[in-house]
Design a protein around this ligand. Structure first.
Ligand code: ADP
Ligand code: MG
Length: 255
């Protein structure tokens, strides 16, 4: 696959990104480019390296080779919280709400206040920021259709609602790139459509999305670009037609 070189206008690129575990090349010189306002779908059979790729982009794994570039800036191997603060957020396959906290509190925690660590004169500013955070949280709850549950403990939520809350948490900071690992797993088709429509609206705000998702029937109409991985490598890139490529069919049959 041709090597991509960032010219600084791409949202995120990886260059020859590689990650080795003992005996496994989980990522083998991976080059991808993600754009603002696009939904990119990452496909591949089990064990092909998809989760390792997003964990390496987000700093949870250290790359052994190669680079991750966010808007022209080298962010390779920065610690996860720094990458998060730069605007890359992710959701997990299994949502992890803090069940004893309310839905609203789940959105509020973890959002850094820029007043933090500087005491006193910033208290007023901090309070204003808290108001802003609450307002942002309520706006997101409205957007996700969860507002009526704001003051309920997160343990009251159904599986699908937990997914929406997880999405809300990932959108609380000023997100530039949202990465989701199997957002549709285990949710009913009707809710899946609702979630996908929300993702389309998010993309229209100029946010980039990277989705790992197996439910192709649901997700394909929403994808702007597709990458397919097998054995740690990108083996195909393009639109829906890549699914008919022999290398892709072979990868899925072989797995
Ligand atoms: P996918 O998400 O596409 O199913 P993964 O990224 O989870 O694939 O795994 C890619 C390969 O790396 C697999 O062979 C897997 O066994 C291996 N792997 C993933 N995480 C680890 C780890 N923490 N330690 C050792 N091997 C790992
Ligand atoms: Mg995985």
């Amino acid at each position: 696959m041709r090597q991509t070189r960032s010219d600084g206008t791409d949202l995120l690129t990886t260059e020859e990104l590689s990650k080795y575990f003992i005996g496994v090349r989980a990522l083998d010189s991976v080059n991808i480019t993600l754009e603002k306002g696009e939904i990119t779908l990452l496909l591949g059979p089990n064990g092909s390296g998809k989760t390792t790729l997003i964990s390496t982009i987000t700093g949870f794994h250290k790359a052994d080779r190669g680079r991750v570039i966010l808007e022209g800036r080298d962010i390779t191997n920065l610690p996860p919280h720094q990458i998060y603060n730069l605007g890359i957020t992710r959701t997990f396959q299994i949502p992890r709400p803090l069940k004893r906290m309310t839905v609203l509190e789940n959105l509020m925690i973890g959002v850094k206040s820029s007043g933090d660590g500087i005491w006193g004169s910033f208290r007023r500013k901090w309070l204003e920021e808290e108001d802003e955070t609450i307002e942002r949280a309520f706006n997101l709850l409205e957007f996700l259709g969860l507002k009526r549950l704001a003051h309920h403990p997160a343990s009251d939520l159904s599986g699908g609602e937990s997914k929406l809350l997880e999405l809300g948490r990932a959108l609380m900071p000023d997100t530039k790139l949202l990465i989701m690992d199997e957002p549709l797993a285990g949710i009913a088709p009707q809710l899946a459509e609702k979630l996908l429509n929300r993702l389309r609206e998010i993309k229209e705000l100029g946010i980039g999305l990277l989705l790992i998702e197996h439910r192709l029937d649901l997700v394909l109409p929403y994808a702007d670009k597709i990458y397919v991985m097998a054995e740690g490598k990108i083996i195909a890139k393009g639109d829906e037609e890549v699914l008919d490529e022999p290398s892709v069919l072979e990868a899925y049959l072989g797995a």
